[in-house]
Design a protein around this ligand. Sequence first.
Ligand SMILES: [Zn+2]
Length: 338
Amino acid sequence: MRDWAKKTILASGALRFAGNLHGPSAAILMYHSVLPDPSQQADSLGGIVHSEAAFRAQMELLARDYHPISLDQTVKHLRDGDDFPKRSVIVTFDDGYTDNYEVALPILNQFAVPATFYVTVDCVENKRLPWPSRLRCAFRRTKQTSWTDAKIDAKIESNAQSWNLSSPLNREEAFLAACDACCQLSGTAQEEFVRRIEQELQTSLPAESGSLMMSYDQLRELAGHGHIVGSHTMTHPNMAQLKADDAQREFAESKQRLESRLGAPIKHFSYPCPALEPHWSERTVEQSLALGYETAVTTNSGLTHRGDELLCLKRLHPTKTLEGLRWNLESAFAGRTV
Ligand SMILES: [Zn+2]
C-alpha cells in the first residue's frame, strides 16, 4: 500500500476503532542497534540499525500513544490471566551491541520505556561481533573475485559451488549461502568456519569492531536502571538446526554465565534467526522450559495474546521510520497481518 493511503487510513482512526473491538494483546517490538549514523556500520551490521533520530521519535510515540510495559509485567498478565493494559508494547533488543547502552538507554530512560536486552554471551566475553556480521563484512570487503564453497560440507562433494564476486548482488548471494551453512554450527566449529572463510577471502573485521559489543559492566548498569537482561545464546546459532546437546549447551551455558556475572536470575531468551527456518522447535521449547526459562521470543511476526505459549512468543518489526511503526502497530492491533 502506498504511503499516502496508509496516512489517510491512520488519520481516519479506522484502525484504532477496529483495535478497540479486539481482545487484549501486546506487541513485542524487536530492535538490534541504534546509531547516530547507521551507514557507519553498513558493512558489518547491514540493515539492522535504527538511526538515533528515528529511534527517539519511535520511543516518544510509544510513550505518548501506547502503553509500554516490561517483559516481567507481560509474564504476569499472561500467567495470572489479567488483561493487558490496552495497546501494550514491549521493547526488546537482540545481540548486545554497545550502542544499546550508549545511545538507546538514555532515550529509553527519558521516555520511561522499559526494555529487555538479549545478549550473545560469547560475543560479549570475547569482544567480537556475532558471526553474521563477520561474514557480511568478509563478503562485502574482499578483493577476491571468486569464492568456492566446496569445503562448506566436505561430505557432500556435489554441494561444491563457485561464486563470482564481481557484483554486490553476487556477493550477497554467496554471503547468504555461507550463512545457511554457518547457522547450523555452534561453538568452536562455528568459529573455525568463520575464520576459514575470512582467510579464503583474505579479510577480517577491523580490531576496533570488538568495541561494538557491550561489556558486563554496561549490562549491570542496564539492569540497575530497571531494564531486563536475557540470553541470546552463546554463539548465535539457529537453535532448531543444531543437534540436541549443542542446543542444550547454548541454552544452559549462556544462562549460567550471565547469572554468575550479573548476580541475578536470567529468565528470558531470544532465538537467533540468522538463516534457515524453522529457528525454534518443540524440542527447543522443551529444553528451554527444563532449564528454567520463563519466556522465549522468536522472529515470527505477530502480537501476543492471553493463552499464548510463553516459550515461543511472536514479535513485531518496528520498521525504520515513525510512520512505519505506527502503521505496523495499528494494523496489528486492528487484527490485520503485518
Ligand atoms: Zn541475533
